[in-house]
Design a protein around this ligand. Structure first.
Ligand SMILES: C[C@@](CO)(OP(=O)(O)O)[C@H](O)COP(=O)(O)OP(=O)(O)OC[C@H]1O[C@@H](n2ccc(N)nc2=O)[C@H](O)[C@@H]1O
Ligand SMILES: Nc1ncnc2c1ncn2[C@@H]1O[C@H](COP(=O)(O)OP(=O)(O)O)[C@@H](O)[C@H]1O
Length: 310
């Protein structure tokens, strides 16, 4: 029987996204608070003699173009892990299948989730036993959001978002998630932020109000503290998002927010029941409306077949 393992990784919401003026390397300094929420991609890696990758996107997310095998972030993970952790001259071999339910190019870090899942799965499949500190460093090379996708939960991110520290979170938070059938490009939204705010401070807005609200566990306090500096840029590029945010709030959400660089909009609700009600109201005019809760775990193994324990 072929050895295989499945790793699950979650989407994220930025509860706070403070963005400073661009650094010399072009990246923006961030002070952000990530929360992993219960929308997932599953990645299964099978032992094989060659390298192959297939991706499947959940039907409700519509017709979405993903980078072809060879250009996918999962290919980059395999190359990087092999180059840094395998013997000289080795090449990556596995058959990898990715099953996506995280909206693509939606500001929910779906590509980063797949990268984190691939790091965990291939490290285990190839028995590399990479130390956690090195896994986080490799994750940071792959993308600013990838270290958070590894650790999950609720965490503060600084630097360009790659330096993550878990934070206190005493709540069980209920979200409505409204994806969009057209993605927004993350670099384009950051560029539009620069155009709208040419005098932005080099220091991003501090995350303290959200950290205090998370420690209270009170949804009303968290709703008041939610903050996203990219929201103005995303809404300026896509004015319909502003209408959607207003509508969710008028339907009973405590607060609507663009998720990261958008275009997915998320709505914090008082309870799981309230989230179901808001979702039902929004579903009368939107093709896809989901509910989710957070925080949930980072990339973790959910199935092995048969796989010797070490
Ligand atoms: C905006 C955020 C908020 O969490 O997420 P998304 O909304 O895309 O999911 C992240 O900063 C996205 O992280 P990620 O998608 O991993 O970005 P990267 O691959 O590192 O960078 C993609 C591009 O985004 C811009 N970028 C990213 C991070 C950052 N701190 N400053 C930037 O200017 C740069 O143009 C960079 O070339
Ligand atoms: N495995 C993958 N899943 C999703 N997107 C991927 C993947 N590999 C590469 N990408 C590309 O990464 C870009 C960002 O996608 P994604 O991570 O879903 O969005 P966001 O950065 O807004 O959170 C898109 O252009 C997408 O086509």
């Amino acid at each position: 029987m072929t050895r295989s393992l499945t790793v699950r990784a979650a989407a994220k919401i930025n509860l706070h996204l403070g963005v400073g003026a661009p650094r010399e390397d072009g990246f923006h300094p961030l002070d952000t608070v990530y929360q992993a929420v219960s929308l997932y991609d599953d990645l299964t890696a099978y032992a094989a003699d060659d390298w192959s990758l297939t991706t499947a996107v959940a039907a409700h997310l519509g017709e979405v173009e993903l980078p072809a095998a060879g250009d996918n972030i999962v290919d980059r993970v395999a190359e990087l892990l092999c180059a840094r952790r395998c013997d000289d001259g080795c090449r990556p071999t596995a058959r990898v299948e990715v099953s996506k339910t995280i909206p693509v190019a939606g500001g929910m870090a779906g590509g980063s989730a797949d990268a984190a899942a691939a790091l965990v799965a291939l490290d285990r499949l190839w028995d590399l036993r990479t130390p956690d500190s090195e896994m986080l460093a490799l994750a940071a090379e792959l993308g600013s959001d990838v270290p958070f996708s590894l650790i999950g939960g609720t965490a503060r991110g600084v630097g360009r978002g790659e330096l993550v520290t878990p934070t206190d979170d005493f709540g069980a938070w209920s979200w409505v998630v409204v994806p969009d059938d057209r993605g927004l490009s993350t670099p384009a939204v950051f560029r539009h932020f620069d155009a709208l705010f040419p005098d932005a401070s080099p220091e991003p807005a501090p995350a303290q109000p959200v950290l205090t609200a998370l420690a209270s566990g009170d949804p009303v306090a968290l709703a008041a503290a939610l903050h996203n500096d990219l929201e103005a840029a995303a809404v300026d590029l896509r004015p319909d998002l502003g209408d959607l945010l207003a509508r969710g709030e008028s339907e009973g959400a405590l607060r609507g927010l663009v998720s990261g660089s958008g275009p997915t909009c998320v709505f914090l609700c008082e309870s799981a029941e309230a989230a179901r009600d808001v979702a039902a109201s929004l579903a009368s005019t939107r093709p896809v409306v989901l509910t989710a809760h957070g925080p949930v775990a980072g990339a973790h193994v959910v199935d092995t077949s048969p796989f010797p324990e070490n």
